[in-house]
Design a binder for this molecule. Sequence first.
Ligand SMILES: [Zn+2]
Length: 208
Amino acid sequence: MKRPLAVIAALALAAGCGVAAPSATPASDDFEEDVETARVLTEGFWARRLGGSYRPVTDFVAYSGDNGPACGGGVAAPDNAFYCPDGHFIAYDETWLRSLWKELGDGSVYVIVLHEFGHAVQAQLQTSFEFNIQQELQADCYAGGTLSALVAGGELRADPGDEEELLTNLAAAGDPEEDWFDPAAHGTAEQRQRSFLTGYRSGVEGCR
Ligand SMILES: [Zn+2]
């Protein structure tokens, strides 16, 4: 039983979510600036939220293709972004993220960067999950909660079309099937959008 995506998109519109550079500065079309803005604002949010117990990531690494940093004996995959608990850093394939940014808009950067910081926070809070998919959906929820706080605080402002853009990005990253037992599962498009919206509406405290 699936809810039509249009309904979910409409709910998001009602919630008034969106991302862009702060209105005090000219809107940026620059990819690297969007990535850096997403990082700085997200770390600022979690530092305020968790107070002195927040540990900023040690590094935020751009790589290309197969040249990513190793993580706990594993190698970085191309076309990916990830949080590495062993070393407490985030890395992203810059070529891949830039192509998403071009194709799908700046919302792709916000969805992905905020999601990876969600994993960094899970590691700090030592949250445990029965299934990987729960961890992924909570990271989506954290991304939504972070985003709404940044918009509410005036650190980001909405541009027309941002709402659909964000949800399109989540849908594009969804798994084709619901599978709670697949260790690589992130959730279907619908599950990911729902988790993101839960966070957007209720804040990160609503992310279980
Ligand atoms: Zn994830």
